[in-house]
Design a protein around this ligand. Structure first.
Ligand SMILES: [Fe+2]
Length: 149
């Protein structure tokens, strides 16, 4: 079986019909940018998203299957080789899943924490923290929502 087929929503907007069940729970929806849906069959042997960071504080709600997140605090920016030019989402040249310490020697000093999210669990994602996402099970479903501020 090939490993690169990815029928996955990749953060498409959460349909409004699903907001009541999966939208930003416990908070005022007006304070959030529209929620994103991550749903589908996804390879489990490669990262679902490569190392990057988002500009806002957010939440990741795990609904189906498990996900493992590898997180680096924002103050490790100088060790992870983030792209200097980016729009909203800042990717890194350094790839933790296939580390090249010859090209990216400072990354050896980077320290991460790894968290497994189970269905029904919600992770707070601090603004500016770098993260890489691995789906541990397929199919998989998560909903993410970020504060506007
Ligand atoms: Fe992200």
């Amino acid at each position: 079986m090939g490993g690169t087929v990815k029928p996955y929503t990749e953060g498409a907007g959460l349909p409004e019909e699903m907001w009541a069940d999966f939208g930003p729970l416990f908070f005022d929806r007006e304070d959030f940018i529209p929620p994103q849906l991550w749903l589908g069959a996804v390879p489990t042997h490669i990262p679902t998203s490569s190392l990057h960071r988002d500009p806002h504080c957010g939440f990741l709600l795990q609904v189906i299957g498990r996900k493992r997140l590898v997180l680096y605090s924002a103050d490790q920016e100088g060790l992870l080789y983030p792209h200097k030019a980016y729009n909203n989402y800042q990717p890194c040249w350094f790839k933790p899943e296939n580390p090249d310490y010859v090209i990216y020697p400072k990354a050896k000093a980077a320290r991460c924490i790894s968290v497994t999210l189970n269905p029904g669990e919600l992770m707070v994602q601090p603004a500016g923290w770098f993260h890489q996402v691995h789906a541990l099970d397929s199919p998989n479903m998560s909903v993410s929502y970020f504060w506007r501020y």
